[in-house]
Design a protein around this ligand. Structure first.
Ligand code: HEM
Length: 309
């Protein structure tokens, strides 16, 4: 897959850099964020479906690093201005494989292939004014790119969340769960917050500090962890695994994989990269070309920021 899309890796990162310029040392998107320590408590209910260590052991506890972020490429953009939010989790089971799960607060993506992704970002750069999150541009982009229409409808409705802990996050892509006999089954992942999903009223917006989400998380974590339930949505025959722009039909079976407890804000660990194809044994990336393309792009973004570019 890298061979097919590999030549688009650098042009894609270059195009992302045009969204708001280069901000040395920052991620090329999802630039502003905070890292937290967390513990994941697997329910054991997925043990028959996957050998993934972090999902199997009922009663166990798996260390995790979580990074909450705003989707903008500009690390100085106020939290309020970037209603698209990310939650990236790196499960680090003792004696097991690291597994990364990245998720955002919309259920579908706006591009089906790496080449349409880059075309769309070029178009966003052409329409600029507000950049990546310009809600006004969403309708126009959807008109140019029919595959983006589901995602743009969701993005257009986004409002600033009350808290990173009050968003529902979707990992969007299909992954393959692999059981002990080697049987593979498609699944998607979602994080459901224990707090009620809440966005802010217009009145509240005026008085908000630029980093209100970071302050909110730090304040809440002084009193109690932020909890999220991991929903594993099981695909059925015919559900597309290679197209992140369309949702699976409603009513698919869901398993509660466990509960994540986010406990403390921590400094970002050196070299932290949330490559979504790092899944560990028991979970495999699906045939989704966007999912596979993300790996070399994240590597290139990390390489540039790691050199202070
Ligand atoms: C072709 C499609 C995509 C491209 C080119 C892309 C590009 C990027 C890049 C360059 C970064 C910064 C990486 C780093 O420096 O470590 C990033 C971060 C991120 N992306 Fe994507 N992305 C894509 C699709 C997605 C999708 C579908 C999701 C949601 C499931 C997503 C969620 C995130 C999140 C949450 C982060 C922040 C990760 C962190 O906190 O380290 N991205 N993306």
């Amino acid at each position: 897959m890298d061979n097919t899309w590999g030549d688009l890796t650098n042009p894609t990162v270059d195009e992302l850099e045009r969204l708001s310029g280069v901000h040395p040392g920052s991620r090329r998107v999802h630039a502003k964020g905070i890292c937290c320590r967390a513990a994941f408590k697997p329910s054991g209910l997925a043990a028959g479906l996957t050998t993934a260590v972090h999902l199997r052991e009922q009663g166990g506890e798996v260390e995790a690093i979580v990074r909450f972020s705003g989707s903008s490429s500009d690390p100085s953009l106020a939290d309020l201005m970037s209603p698209g939010k990310g939650m990236a989790v790196r499960f680090q089971p003792a004696g097991g494989d690291v597994s990364v799960l990245t998720a955002v607060n919309v259920p579908v993506f706006f591009a089906k292939t790496p080449s349409s992704f880059i075309d769309l970002i070029k178009e966003a750069n052409r329409l600029k004014g507000g950049g990546f999150e310009a809600i006004a541009a969403a309708a126009e982009l959807a008109a140019h790119f029919p595959e983006a229409r589901h995602a743009m409808a969701h993005i257009g409705k986004l409002r600033p969340p009350a808290s990173y802990g009050a968003c529902r996050y979707y990992a969007i892509h299909a992954f393959m769960l692999v059981d002990a006999a080697g049987k593979r089954r498609p699944a998607k992942f979602e994080w459901l917050p224990e707090l009620e999903v809440e966005t802010l009223s217009l009145g509240a917006l005026k008085s908000l500090p630029e980093d209100y989400l970071e302050r909110d998380a730090a304040e809440r974590l002084k009193h109690a962890p932020l909890r999220f339930h991991l929903n594993i949505v099981l695909g059925q025959d015919g559900d597309p695994t290679d197209d992140p722009t369309v949702p699976w039909p409603d009513g698919r079976e869901r398993i509660e994989g466990g509960i994540l407890e986010v406990t403390d804000v921590i400094p970002e660990p050196d070299g932290l990269t949330m490559d979504p194809t790092v899944t560990g044994a028991g979970i495999e990336p699906s045939d989704d070309p966007i999912l596979r393309f993300r790996s070399p792009v994240y590597r290139e973004s990390a390489r540039r920021r790691g050199r202070g570019e």
